[in-house]
Design a binder for this molecule. Structure first.
Ligand code: COA
Length: 163
């Protein structure tokens, strides 16, 4: 069984992430989206909000499991019986950080492979922070995130436009 875990902060999920998800389901037996309950990152949406958002966006895809985790990814994967980490590579600048993470994870558990997906060129410039920055100032992000997320962003930033 190829059980893949796509980990990330997803603060919030973007069309770039969804592109990776849609391509990953074609090559794995089971996909788990694992939302990191971050301690190091100052997230805009709470862990419950991020999980709820992804569940809503993927409500027609019951085959995809959406979960949250804290602590080490390798430990989480062991618990889930998963053996493949999925990561998206947007540009060369992602490579060094991703290589370090993949090697550290491999060092902790040699049975785990990290599989990199090249991000669709259409979304290679996206990041959750950039989207939040646009939304915070009242910009249009409707072609960068699902409709539901666009509405969630407007709701979150409704009082901060122009700040
Ligand atoms: N499309 C759009 N944006 C993308 C993207 C894609 N395909 N792929 C990555 N990104 C963006 C994200 O939106 C995010 O943007 P932001 O920084 O503006 O929020 C950024 O790239 C990277 O975020 P993400 O993919 O969520 O990674 P992360 O660095 O926040 O977290 C984990 C990575 C969860 C895999 C890692 O921190 C982890 O495993 N943590 C657990 C502790 C552990 O085991 N560490 C391993 C040993 S070091």
């Amino acid at each position: 069984m190829r059980i893949c875990v796509y980990p990330g902060s997803f603060d919030p999920i973007t069309n770039g992430h969804l592109d990776i998800i849609n391509r990953t389901v074609r090559i794995c037996d089971k996909l788990i989206i694992a939302v990191l309950s971050n301690v190091n990152k100052d997230c805009t949406f709470s862990i419950d909000e991020r999980v709820k958002q992804i569940r809503h966006v993927l409500k027609d895809r019951p085959e995809i499991e959406i979960d949250s985790f804290s602590g080490l990814l390798t430990e989480y994967m062991k618990k889930k019986g998963a053996n493949i980490i999925i990561r998206g590579l947007r540009a060369v600048s992602d490579f060094e950080y991703e290589l370090q993470m993949a090697l550290l994870n491999k060092n902790m558990n040699p049975d785990i492979e990290t599989l990199f997906m090249m991000t669709n060129i259409k979304y290679s410039f996206l990041s959750s922070s950039a989207i939040k920055e646009i939304a915070r100032h009242g910009g249009d992000v409707s072609d960068l995130v699902p409709d539901y997320i666009s509405k969630q962003l407007s709701k979150k930033f409704k009082n901060s436009v122009g700040v």
